[in-house]
Structure formats: structure tokens, C-alpha cells
Design a protein around this ligand. Structure first.
Ligand SMILES: [Zn+2]
Length: 107
């Protein structure tokens, strides 16, 4: 029976000729894959990103064909912020910190 390869977790010297930064990045990616991907508590699908929904005050220009350009978000109604499952719309978080913790599997 073959031994399964486990992801390397830990800090060691980088191999020569490889910049230290890229070595750290590879370690981070290997560790991220080792963490189980979060699942929606409602539909149980794996989630890699959340759908952001909020009421925002936007401003920009509109021309005579009613085409908008240069739209920017000037303010957001913080009570309306929702981070939802992109598959079923279930609300996962109501603030950015919680949404990030969920996506990183830390909630
Ligand atoms: Zn869902």
C-alpha cells in the first residue's frame, strides 16, 4: 500500500535560486488546499466566493441614450450588507470580517 503524500506545513529554508517570497506563496497555497473548502449550511455546496449585496449611494453620468458611465459608490447602508451563497442566496455573513473568516474556513 502506497503512502499518501501530505501537504508540507511549516517553514524551512527556501531552495536555492528561488526567491523567498515565491517560496512562501507556494507554502501558503499548499496549506490553503489542505484546509477543507467551506460549504453553504443551506444547500451544502462548496463555496469559493460569496455574493455581495447592499444598498449603495452611487453617482455617475448618464447620456441621452440613458447609458451610465463613471459610476462610483459614495456610501453604503451598512445595515443592508449581505454576503450570500452564490448558488442558493442563503445569507452567510453581514460584515466583511465574518465573510472572510467563513471563506478561510475559520468560522
Ligand atoms: Zn447555498
Amino acid at each position: 500500500m502506497e503512502k499518501r503524500l501530505l501537504p508540507v506545513v511549516g517553514v524551512g529554508p527556501c531552495p536555492p535560486l528561488i526567491p523567498r517570497l515565491s517560496c512562501v506563496r507556494k507554502l501558503f497555497i499548499a496549506t490553503a488546499h489542505a484546509i477543507s473548502m467551506p460549504k453553504c449550511p443551506e444547500c451544502k455546496r462548496k463555496i469559493v466566493s460569496l455574493e455581495y449585496r447592499a444598498y449603495e449611494l452611487r453617482s455617475g453620468l448618464m447620456d441621452r441614450e440613458s447609458k451610465y458611465s463613471g459610476l462610483v459608490s459614495e456610501d453604503v447602508l451598512t445595515d443592508s450588507i449581505r454576503y450570500c451563497c452564490p448558488a442558493c442566496g442563503h445569507v452567510i455573513a453581514v460584515d466583511e470580517d465574518s465573510a472572510i473568516r467563513f471563506l478561510r474556513g475559520q468560522s
